[in-house]
Design a protein around this ligand. Structure first.
Ligand SMILES: NC(=O)C1=CN([C@@H]2O[C@H](COP(=O)(O)OP(=O)(O)OC[C@H]3O[C@@H](n4cnc5c(N)ncnc54)[C@H](O)[C@@H]3O)[C@@H](O)[C@H]2O)[C@@H](O)CC1
Ligand SMILES: [K+]
Length: 573
């Protein structure tokens, strides 16, 4: 018997909030009610219906509410039910159930800063009241999310190596609270934060935030402790003095602190690497609606607007304007007719407007890595590769199996593309492709190829060179049938590297094939699709180091006493 509670875990992220509220009220299994906001949509699953669905072979299920595509049905019983449920929810609900879909469909997505919404001071306060009133949020919650989004925006723009020392200047209200939260998150991201918090609030929320920072050993500095030229000591100055409740002109000691941030600009002109100002929600001292009315206020490099930008943000002229506070519910969006950029993926922040142009010639990374020496490298390059691959996996790098494959046909003209490694062992490194593609043509004329893995974040790359041969038909068959149905159909739909009339053409091919194979029968592997195996004749393991003095340890095959061995040699960087 399947418990609804178990399904909840599987289906987190798909209407589970409403589901969670509802399922406890109903006896397990007999009925499940899905309520989306005010529209009630009742889906009834009887236990016999579920059992029936689970018993069916993965390919053949259809229900009174429409066909369930075979790709939605997985092998495990819970997976099967979960997938069916997700399908049902999507097809039934008029309001999308996925938060990404919600953002995309309900907020008009605008990236142009001229067409996004800007709140006035009254509206900003009203949003605050609604969030913390009828919508049931607490100030701690919003502050935590706001602070996290500001910290992620800062980390996205100012890397921890070059901008390590951070001073958060915190004011007496919630903007100051955001600054305390930012300092904590930046500490956990690897920065070295300091906090200046001259007007403390005795409320438990704030004393708690201070205790959290103190327990991490984050120093609190008084205004007197700070140098007049803040650039001398800090790389990033987080301006968390005032937010949308600011009125009039700043009172001491914030008047002096704001002056130091203003004077920073002129100090920066003589400094090689200027410190930057990141303002939370409002550049402190600016009028919430009219901006820097006197013209001599602070000029932040970065502004992270929270919830929605306030009107003063229209006159922000720094390089980096972000939006944070990814908690705005639909009712607020509708009520205030908000037009905001959509957050990418699971990001806590989104850039407003274009990223500034960069001078490509000045882009360089000073790699800081542990030394990579002969005495620690494995004599067997395959084992060494496995070790580094495991490190890339453990570091959470995206697609560590992505590799640039370079080939050249008989004309000697090389071409490169990214492919995915699908396995390796002593016999070589395997990937799959279309045997009619350009790489396949190249390899049929010249078996020599090179693959390159680049693992950013670990400052590592691995080059492997050798001769390539097709894998056995059995291996290709086995792998082809292990792929998701969509990928199998995609492989058949695309006559890779041939010229096609347009995007619609390939989509139509795909749809036709999808219809053809909708009965769930096994999809035959086309004979023009299969695998290749590169048998290495050379490996290079590269570890980036400071000042371009990189480690390059290479493996060359040699004969010793009639046996093949790998000889390790170091190359100049
Ligand atoms: N509503 C929202 O959506 C959220 C708001 N948050 C933050 O909360 C901020 C608003 O917080 P608050 O309403 O507490 O207000 P602020 O943090 O803007 O500042 C209010 C404090 O500043 C003082 N103050 C005002 N004018 C002054 C002046 N001229 N000289 C000296 N002191 C002055 C007030 O006495 C009060 O203590 C936002 O800007 C944002 O940073 C976030 O924490 C969470 C989400
Ligand atoms: K601020």
């Amino acid at each position: 018997m399947i418990k609804v509670g178990k399904l909840m875990n599987k289906e987190r992220g798909h209407a589970t909030v409403a589901f969670a509220r509802s399922w406890k009220k109903f006896p397990p299994l007999k009925h499940v009610a899905i309520v989306w906001q005010t529209k009630a949509m009742i889906l009834t699953y009887s236990s016999s219906f579920i059992t029936h669905l689970l018993a069916l072979p993965p390919a053949s299920t259809s229900t009174s509410t429409g066909a369930v595509s075979s790709s939605l049905l997985h092998r495990s019983p819970q997976g099967s039910f979960g997938s069916i449920l997700r399908y049902k929810l999507r097809s039934y609900c008029s309001a999308p159930v996925n938060r990404g879909e919600f953002m995309a469909s309900n907020i008009k997505v605008v990236q142009n800063p001229d067409s996004i919404s800007y709140l006035n001071q009254r509206e900003a306060a009203e949003v605050d009241e609604i969030l913390m009133g009828p919508l049931g949020f607490s100030v701690d919650q919003l502050m935590e999310l706001a602070g996290l989004s500001v910290a992620t925006a800062i980390a996205e723009v100012y890397n921890v190596k070059d901008y390590n020392r951070v001073l958060a200047i915190c004011g007496p209200g919630n903007n100051g609270g955001d600054g305390l939260v930012v300092a904590r998150h930046l500490y956990h991201f690897g920065y070295k934060p300091f906090v200046c918090y001259p007007k403390r609030t005795a409320k438990p929320l704030y004393t708690g935030l201070v205790t959290q920072l103190e327990s991490l050993g984050i120093p609190f500095l008084s205004v007197d402790d700070l140098p007049m030229n803040l650039s001398e000591d800090f790389n990033i100055l987080v301006d968390a003095m005032f937010g949308f409740s600011f009125h009039g002109t700043p009172r001491p000691p914030f008047d002096d602190l704001i002056k130091r941030l203003v004077n920073l600009q002129s100090c920066n002109e003589v400094n090689k690497k200027p410190s930057v100002i990141a303002s939370i929600d409002i550049p402190s001292g600016w009028h919430v609606e009219q901006g820097d009315t006197s013209g001599d206020g602070i000029k932040p490099d970065m502004l992270v607007s929270l919830t929605a930008p306030k009107q003063c943000a229209k006159s922000f002229s720094g390089s980096h304007h972000f939006l944070g506070g990814r908690f705005v519910p639909r009712s607020i969006v509708d009520k205030f007719k908000l037009e905001l950029p959509s957050y990418p993926g699971s990001s806590m922040c989104v850039r407003i407007g274009k990223a500034p142009q960069v001078d490509i010639s000045s882009m360089r990374e000073n790699y800081i890595s542990p030394e990579f020496n002969e005495d620690e490298v494995d004599p067997d390059p395959f084992i060494q590769f496995q070790k580094w691959f495991d490190d890339a996996m453990a570091a959470g790098l995206k697609e560590p199996n992505a590799m640039a494959l370079s080939t050249a046909g008989k004309d000697g003209k090389p071409s490169s593309r990214m492919v995915l490694l699908k396995g390796f062992d002593k016999d070589g490194f395997i990937w799959y492709t279309n045997y009619g593609s350009r790489k396949a043509k190249d390899l049929s004329e010249n078996c020599y190829a090179s693959v390159l893995f680049y693992w950013d974040g670990l400052n590592r790359q691995v080059r492997i060179e050798g001769c390539v041969a097709k894998v056995s038909e059995e291996e290709s068959q086995h792998y082809f049938h292990s792929r998701p149905t969509g990928s199998q159909i995609g492989a058949i739909a695309s006559k890779q590297s041939t010229v096609i009339p347009g995007r619609d053409f390939i989509h139509q091919q795909y749809k036709d094939l999808e219809a053809k194979f909708c009965d769930g029968a096994s999809i035959p592997k086309p004979n023009y699709w299969g695998g290749y195996r590169l048998k290495p004749e050379f490996f290079e393991f590269w570890q980036g180091q400071t000042s371009r003095l990189h480690d390059r340890l290479c493996y060359f095959p040699e004969q010793a006493n009639g046996t093949n061995i790998w000889k390790i040699k170091r190359l100049a960087p």
